[in-house]
Design a protein around this ligand. Sequence first.
Ligand code: IVH
Length: 674
Amino acid sequence: MMTPDVAERRIQSLRQQINHHNYLYYVLDSPEIPDSEFDRLMRELEQLEQQFPQLITPDSPTQRVGATPLTEFGEVRHEVPMLSLDNAFDEHEVQEFDRRLHERLDTSAQIEYTAEPKLDGLAVSLVYENGVLTRGATRGDGTLGEDVTQNVRTLLSVPLRLVGTGFPRLLEARGEIFMPKKGFEMLNAKAEKNHEKPFINPRNAAAGSLRQLDARITASRPLEFYAYAWGQVEGGRLPERHSKVLACFREWGLRTNPENRLVIGLEGCLKFYKHMADKRDQLPYQIDGVVYKVDRLDLQKELGFVARAPRWALAHKFPAEEVMTVLRAVEFQVGRTGALTPVARLQPVFVGGANISNATLHNMDEIERKDVRVGDTVIVRRAGDVIPEVAGVVLAKRPKNARRVHLPLKCPVCGSKVLRIEGEAVARCSAGLYCPAQRKEMIRHFASRRALDIEGLGEKLVDQLVDAGLVHTPADLFKLTAKQLADLERMGDKSADNLLQAINKASNTTFSRFLYALGIREVGETTALVLARHYGSLDALLAADQDSLMQVPDIGPVVAASIASFFHEPHNLKVIRALRESGVRWQQQADAKKFKHSSILAGLTFVITGTLSQMTRDDAKDTILALGGKVSGSVSKKTDYLVVGAEPGSKLAEARRLGVALMDEQAFLRRIKQ
Ligand code: IVH
């Protein structure tokens, strides 16, 4: 066994190394050692501290999680009040802010501002005495907050001990604790699995996670911290500019937001606002605007405060992505596979830059978990290009007569029985293609671009054709006459003719497109292609049973069962026969030949982002599929390559985060030409 002296030296060295690597990881975002090596250092420290418990100190990196839950939070007084910010909702208000400052400071020179993202979490105060974290507190009402020291200690991005030199003897750093989007999704996915109520948004989740009497719960939650302000400072001095103070914070191990910028004048502020608005969706955490702060502290002092906010700072908010409104009714829509999707009919609201009166409620499980009732005041979210959804209920506003939502027993479109398999979230209309809603979706899918690609056969026209009783199955499309079409509302001779030509053109297709177009559950484009390649002909595929299907690479029991049952259904066989009789055809030969020499991308999954210059994204997708690869719509751990075109989207950041290999267009072209 080591002597206590040797152990102490080793323990100190380990703590120093761990703090240093933590700093590299969290503050500088550039780790130098792999996680496994970091874990090894931690384990060695833990073991030594176990052997020499007298050497354990509260600032040891092993001492983040206290074991004894509190019964209540202590109260904390903020010697320097924690203020809030004035808000601006448009450019004009920012202009006014800048003008007022010029007036007060009696200057015509441009003002320098630090511009920062406005993090959507909760403000906290961290007190460091002689570099050691001694207190963590929530903002509370600005003067009195809660003592959450035990909880903030569990955040790996909060240093228990400052690094470097030159920090004041007493330093109260302030900043935001927030939950990154990914962590929030994971937490809610877990809640869903356990049939627990989900958190409405990352901010609620952060607040709920921090305010836990048992710090072990906080420790298990993905919380992070960025410093952006300070309160008490004693026994030392800070630099004369906000930006320089933040730079010092960073050197002392306090994490600051790398997006922060020093900008000049109104123009610089507005440019930053636009930049962050564009980047918002790609950021790993939620922001609800940006903050401008006069950079020179002497000017800040001159400007002072009004009521609860400083005159020298302004929050410039983005249009709200979450608003409250009243749920007027819940209706059920029927999709292609008969799935009933509950849709919220809302009192119209302006959210995420658009007027919204409908939002998805996903499925019955979701309604039950969120306990959504008709008449409730609900929170509606519309972020980026995501479909608007009901995020949660404001229970405090529930009226007495709020009504529970029930799954209809009968399909709202065709009146057939609704079935919900035990344990499945989705309820379905049992009528299959006899249900007009399913029929419409089926025909839309059949005609869609990546299926048979019937140009001009849009949503409205499909509705008209089905409602007029002209089309019951996809095969009926090929029997349409010019006269029938021209009789439809808003359809002239010319458009009727164009449509007939498009239908005729589409009848010459490929085997895999045909299979995809049939809309077999679980059979997407990739599976359709695999089936086409494997069986080569429709007759061979029709003859296959579930066991044979399971021999096909990448086809598991669920998919095999779905395919087998589709081809077992007499109604489907009738449609297929009718399609063939009406002239739908494909060149078996060409398909087979194309694939024989080409499996150079077999086993690889690609995702494409941005615009390619040499080919469309669809062409790239087809090429990858034809060469045996797979194409997915989103980046995950299973992605092998992200093909990056011009102006890539958020997939690039995600790929970088997951360490997925990147390929530019040139590299991609070289690869497929091998
Ligand atoms: S500075 C005296 N900077 O916004 C100035 N606040 O509406 C104190 N917030 O309570 C705040 N990001 O929770 C500041 N970069 C940022 C911020 C930020 C988010 C929050 C903070 C504050 C609230 C005020």
